[in-house]
Ligand binder design. Sequence first.
Ligand SMILES: [Mn+2]
Length: 572
Amino acid sequence: MTPPASAPATQTTLPTYVVGHRNPDADAICSAIAYASFKEARGERGYVPARCGNSNARIDTILARFHQPLPHYLSDVSPRVHDLMTRTVIAVPEQATCAEALELLDRHHIRVLPVMNARRQPFGTVSIAALGGVFIPRVNQPRLMRQVHTSLAAIARALKGRAVHLVKENVVEDFYVRVGTMDIRSFWSISERENIAAHESIVIVGDRRDIQRRSIELGIRALVITSGLEIDAETVAQASARGVSIIVSPYDSTTTGWLVRTASSIERIIDRSVVTVAADDRIADVRKKFSVTSHALMVTNDEGGLIGILTKSDIFKPVPTRLVLVDHNELPQAVPGAEEVTIAEIIDHHRLGAVHTAQPILFINEPVGSTCTIIADMFRREGLQPSPPIAGIMMSGLISDTLHLNGPTTTSKDAIILAWLAEIAGVNSKQLADEIFNSGSVILANPPDKVVRSDFKIYEEEGIRFAVSQVEELGFGNFWQHAKPIAHAVQELREEEKLAFAALLVTDINTQNSLLLVKGDATFIGRIGYPHVEQDEIFDMPGVVSRKKQLIPYLTSLIKEMADVFAPQKRR
Ligand SMILES: [Mn+2]
């Protein structure tokens, strides 16, 4: 028989992605690179820095300055079929016998076998249940009990027998099997009574020369001689002359009869309702296909070839994808699909959002100026020294998030860590800050829709979904020049993301002041207590530079007030 097709197992150790929030800023990118490097320094393998979104001029400047590649792009980590499928597929060709199928099912402790054609395309399955049906004795149907649908070659194979003489051995046909143990006088009477023709009959017999000769005279299809007994040359010559095949079985009559039955072809018990899926399909999407077929899904490539099998138990296996979240801890800000995979660690300096995990995890949340500050401190506390480029990368994330220690989120620890990193990197932090902040105006370098999406985050408070984007500029000149199209882009962002409101915080790094542009619910906008600069949608926010520490708490308090006014019954 054709050997069972099996693909080689490709069990490689999967990476753990260290990834920042969507629409990454410099700290999200730099902390991902730095944390992967920290893991490597500790001798932990397989941590790969990743990003969930595009780079920008500032990030490009930083990466070029310290010779780091752009982290691996992750668009969606939802588990796919290839994450959970069984790659080593045990399958049978359509010509296989029940014996061969049973042996594979038994040897590999499986319940379903795909059946493939010569081009490795699956066209059905054979299950233990279907095979069981073949071997259930149906005593009220004696003719059916004798029937075997197979070829003489398959019978010879099942018996591991010696083919003395074979005629048309590869033709699959219906045979009726009989054991020649009775007296020669009553030998053929049962076959006559059951109306079984000689040319469809197989007779299993020992060294009973009379039965052998009589069978040949009748012109039966094949004689199976049991217990490895010899057969004389004259009988063989008669059989060849009459076109009767002869196989010598090493087993006794009972075992031989049983094995001939197992030589039945699987052809008639193949379940041809095959459901195929692609390796890249999402598990969530293929799950419902199990209601159509009770067996397993066939995973095929573009040519329809079988590359794996997905069983019901496969979809309950743990998903191998692992993430370390840096610079965020809220799921709406995380890479799509994060909620379906393992979150191994979180390193962050933002407010706590609701992330539920199945297992206890390492969660470090410290109210310092940047995630890079926390990671640099981990290096320092473990007595590990980052390489000069990695120290530079951490300086960059820290400088970017704290506006070079000027922002209100800055702590004394940020200053200490920045000095420590500057020493290792051999870089002057003031010079680096100038390079980073001069690396291009986001407003000048991008169309308005990119400006509002370059650093935007979605929040949810009291069931209200809103977004706040931020751009940092040297002066407000560029903003005022493009204020109208930018306002339009904020409105579009609000509609596309179905938000209660969308806001853009434009921060002047020089003067440490901001403007806030808001599009959305008029009642909400009316509650903003800062002075209008123009119309009702741009507000002057002197001294406000931190989205996280100043703006979000303010907006959250407004939303809570509104919730009290409009839906007091909902609140305790
Ligand atoms: Mn940050």
